[in-house]
Design a protein around this ligand. Structure first.
Ligand code: PA5
Length: 487
């Protein structure tokens, strides 16, 4: 067990009565925790329900080892042939890959051959409609030596689609007749424009647009261990290790006893503080530069999963459980903020300590750094100290400063950052988010709020097939722009 979750700072004996959880609070919520556990374990045990309700991510640590070997081999082949790999995708089709890239590979990976260890340079695009980065990138990459991986579960997302079309044109011009052999697509096995493009390209050239299907019932933000595997293989990370870390955490987080189940306890304490004590902001602050992107990944996970307008209504149709929106508007969900120690101790920390007392900090602390440094021997008090040790004291100091002001916090301790512990970390957050969804009684596995801006774009850009009621809603409810307030 290499991940330790220290929740002491969330209790009243540290954070005070007004902002800390008491044993009485725990008792009061005990039945809710039990119900959340039983409901999720029932759902996880039923394949049809897992697929129907988008809970299949729970089974990702158990993926077939033959398939994993195949993906690992494919990644090595691509890495051996190309100088650069360009990944196109957004949201859940990007954040997990970026988190893995930064956590598990050397800092400055793209800048130095020694840091890359003979692996290709890795670039991420299609995660913004700002044209600046893609245009510069394509001017500088060599199309003959670049492999392109397009990831989109739906195959319809505008950001990814636009970047893919531009990149395909660039490849077509620069890489010759068989440019399609430098393209890989990760998308829904049956539906969407991207799948259609794969099928058309396969008809022209069987070796073009190779693809991996996405598993049914795995939502974007829960899919790093599915759609992110080829990326891990290309950069030479052991998928098996990541999955074993995730699997070990899955076991810990399926223990029925609250006191032995870190994800359930984490979710419960945060829900009590949110519901009873107004702690509506969730700051994730890794004390590690390499885990900043993992904190960014968590933003999507928590925000899209728990930020919901409606309460969940569980109904049964032909004996099978289904989830609908209830009639009650609840506008639930804590707001996640991604931060980083010690960098942000010189910015947001002032507000954390003295601003509105409405946030809970979760620190991630790393025990051992692969490339630690020692401050040279001068007369200064820092002399002879390891950076890792300084970072550790800084984290303790941050926790202490918050506790002094009755501000709750907790700490996830990782022995070191490696494929196994990172797999554990990812799965811990996924399980905790699923439990938090249960405790709030919302559907944690859809994202209707993300659809509205997409629908607006589709309507304005005249995408065929836009529903009549969506078009009418957009037309009937314009944003009011008064000239006198345009300054
Ligand atoms: O969590 C989700 O499902 C979304 O945020 C998606 O990841 C995001 O919108 C990208 O979608 P797609 O993979 O279909 O291009």
């Amino acid at each position: 067990m290499s991940l330790k979750i220290d929740l002491n700072g969330l209790f009243d004996f540290n954070a005070g009565n007004k902002r800390g959880v008491s044993e009485r609070d725990l008792l009061k919520y005990n039945n809710k925790a039990k119900a959340a556990y039983s409901h999720l374990s029932e759902l996880f045990a039923d394949k049809n329900l897992r697929i129907e309700l988008s809970l299949e991510w729970f089974k990702l640590p158990e993926q077939d080892s033959k398939l994993i070997k195949k993906i690992q081999k494919l990644g090595n082949e691509i890495a051996g042939k190309y100088d650069s790999v360009l990944f196109l995708g957004i949201g859940g089709s990007y954040l997990g890959l970026k988190a893995a890239q930064d956590a598990l590979l050397s800092p400055y990976y793209n800048d130095f051959a020694g840091a890359r260890k003979k692996r290709p340079g890795i670039y991420f695009e299609g995660n913004n409609l700002d044209p600046s980065t893609l245009s510069v990138l394509l001017k500088n990459l060599n199309p003959k030596k670049t492999f392109v991986v397009c990831i989109s579960k739906s195959g319809e997302t505008s950001e990814t689609k636009a970047a893919f079309e531009i990149t395909l044109n660039w490849l077509k011009k620069g890489a010759g007749k068989y440019y399609g052999r430098q393209v890989f697509a990760i998308t829904d096995p049956n539906s969407g424009t991207l799948r259609k493009k794969v099928k058309e390209a396969n008809c022209r050239d069987a070796l073009a647009f190779r693809s991996l299907p996405l598993l049914e019932g795995v939502g974007g933000r829960f899919s790093e261990l599915n759609m992110g595997l080829l990326h891990l293989a290309i950069v030479g990370i052991s998928i098996k290790e990541v999955l074993s870390g995730a699997g070990a955490m899955a076991k810990r987080c399926m223990k029925p006893d609250l006191k032995q189940n870190p994800a359930l306890m984490y979710a419960l304490l945060h829900t009590i503080l949110y519901r009873e004590k107004g702690m509506a902001l969730a700051v994730l602050m890794p004390f590690s530069e390499q885990l900043k992107s993992t904190a960014d990944w968590y933003i999507q996970l928590l925000a899209e999963s728990t930020g919901k307008k409606y309460e969940r209504k569980v109904v049964f149709k032909n004996g099978a459980e289904k989830w609908k929106n209830g009639t009650k508007i609840i506008n639930a969900g804590r707001t996640p903020i991604s931060s980083r120690g010690t960098n942000d101790l010189h910015s947001i920390q002032q507000n954390n300590v003295e601003g509105e007392n409405n946030k809970i900090l979760t620190f991630i602390k790393v025990g051992r750094f692969k490339n630690d440094l020692v401050v040279p021997d001068t007369k200064d008090f820092l002399a002879g100290k390891r950076y890792g040790a300084l970072l550790s004291v800084a984290q303790e100091g941050t926790e202490w400063a918050l506790t002094r002001e009755n501000r709750p916090s907790c700490t996830i301790a990782m022995s070191e950052i490696n494929a196994y512990t990172w797999g554990e970390l990812l799965f811990f957050f996924e399980m905790a988010t699923a439990y938090e969804g249960e405790l709030l009684n919302i559907n944690a596995f859809n994202q209707p709020g993300v659809e509205s801006y997409k629908n607006y774009m589709y309507y304005k850009l005249k995408k065929p097939g836009i529903k009549k009621e969506i078009a009418e809603e957009i037309e009937a409810n314009p944003v009011i722009k008064k000239q006198k307030y345009m300054l």
